[in-house]
Design a protein around this ligand. Structure first.
Ligand code: SF4
Length: 313
C-alpha cells in the first residue's frame, strides 16, 4: 500500500473516531449541533440541524438542549445566544468572524434612522447593530420585510448592498443600502462571465445564485434565493443539472443529499471564516465547553426585539 493511500485511510479513521466522540459528548451533555449550509460536509455530518441563518435562528430558539454548538460565524452564534439566553452557546472557532458583518456599525444605523425611515438589519450583523434596528431580515425574507416595514415607500437595509437591491427589485419599495457598498467577498467572486460560460458548457442546466451576488449576476440567473430556498427549489424542480452561485458548502450538501441531481459550482467560492470550524474544533469546544458566546443582557434584549419582530412576520 502506498504511503499516500495509508495516509488517507488514517485520516478517514481519525475523522470517524472524532464523529463518534462528538456523538457521545452530545448525549452526555444534552447538547445540540447547528450547522450552517456553508460548513464542510464533515461538520454537517455531526449536525442535528442544518440550514440557513433564518432556519438556524428558529432552531436555536426552539431547542430544549442545555448546550448549543453553533457551527457558523460570530453573528450567527450571537443570534442563537440572543434568542435563547438560558442556554450555553459555543462556537467551535472564536476567529470565525464574518467580514461583512463588521461593515455596518450601530452609529451608521442611528444616523440613517434620523431621516425617519425604518432600518432593516440583515441577520448578518452583530447584536450591537441589531439592537439599533427596527427589524431583522435574512436573504430568504428581505423583500417581504422591506415591503411590510417601509414608510412612505422607503426603508434602509444593511450591510449587504446587493441584498438591498434584490429586496428593492422584488418588493417595489425603495430599499436604500447602508453602507452604500457593503458586500460579501465570497459572493462578489461571481461574475457575469461565469454565468455566460456556464450557459455554454451546461446549456440544459438551471443557474441559481444568492442575492448577495452582484445585481448583474442576479439578472442573468434563472433563480435567486437564500441557501435554503435554492435547496428546496432544486429538490422540487424538474431539472437534473444546476449551476450554483454561492459558497461551495451548499453545493457539496446538495450533491450529497439530493438524489438523481447534479450540482456544479458557478465558481469555487470558499468562505475562509466559515471553514475555520473543523470537526476537531467542534469536538474540543464541546468537550471543554469553551468559546462561550455571551451577549450582555440589556443589549440582547434590544437585539431580541428586532429578531422577534421578524419572526412575527
Ligand atoms: S459567506 Fe459572506 S456573509 Fe457569509 S460568513 Fe462568509 S463572508 Fe460573511
Amino acid at each position: 500500500m502506498s504511503s499516500e493511500i495509508s495516509g488517507r485511510l488514517n485520516d478517514k479513521k481519525k475523522i470517524e473516531e472524532l464523529k463518534k466522540k462528538i456523538e457521545r459528548l452530545k448525549e452526555e451533555k444534552n447538547a445540540v449541533i447547528l450547522a450552517h449550509n456553508y460548513q464542510s460536509l464533515d461538520v454537517q455530518s455531526v449536525a442535528d440541524f442544518k440550514g440557513d441563518s433564518l432556519e438556524l435562528a428558529v432552531a436555536a430558539s426552539k431547542t430544549e438542549a442545555n448546550i448549543i454548538v453553533f457551527c457558523g460565524v460570530d453573528f450567527m452564534a450571537e443570534t442563537a445566544a440572543v434568542v435563547n439566553p438560558d442556554k450555553k452557546v459555543l462556537i467551535p472557532c472564536k476567529e470565525a468572524r464574518c467580514p461583512m458583518a463588521s461593515q455596518l456599525t450601530p452609529e451608521m444605523v442611528r444616523d440613517a434612522k434620523n431621516s425617519g425611515h425604518p432600518f432593516v438589519a440583515y441577520v448578518n450583523t452583530l447584536a450591537s447593530v441589531k439592537a439599533e434596528a427596527d427589524v431583522c431580515c435574512t436573504s430568504a425574507n428581505a423583500p417581504k420585510i422591506a415591503k411590510k416595514f417601509a414608510t412612505k415607500g422607503k426603508c434602509f437595509l444593511g450591510p449587504d448592498a446587493n441584498l438591498a437591491a434584490f429586496a428593492s427589485r422584488v418588493s417595489g419599495v425603495n430599499v436604500e443600502p447602508v453602507p452604500s457598498h457593503g458586500y460579501c467577498y465570497v459572493h462578489k467572486m461571481f461574475q457575469v462571465e461565469d454565468v455566460e460560460r456556464a450557459r455554454k458548457t451546461y446549456p440544459e442546466a438551471e443557474v441559481m445564485v444568492h442575492p448577495e451576488c452582484d445585481v448583474e449576476v442576479q439578472l442573468k440567473a434563472d433563480f435567486v434565493g437564500s441557501t435554503s430556498q435554492m435547496y428546496r427549489h432544486a429538490a422540487e424542480s424538474d431539472s437534473e443539472l444546476f449551476v450554483v452561485g454561492t459558497e461551495v458548502g451548499l453545493v457539496e450538501r446538495m450533491n450529497a443529499e439530493i438524489e438523481g441531481k447534479t450540482f456544479v459550482p458557478l465558481r469555487k467560492a470558499v468562505c475562509i471564516e466559515m471553514k475555520l470550524n473543523t470537526l476537531e474544533r467542534v469536538y474540543l469546544a464541546l468537550k471543554e465547553e469553551k468559546n462561550v458566546v455571551r451577549v450582555e443582557e440589556s443589549l440582547a434584549e434590544r437585539a431580541r426585539k428586532a429578531i422577534e419582530v421578524m419572526f412575527g412576520v
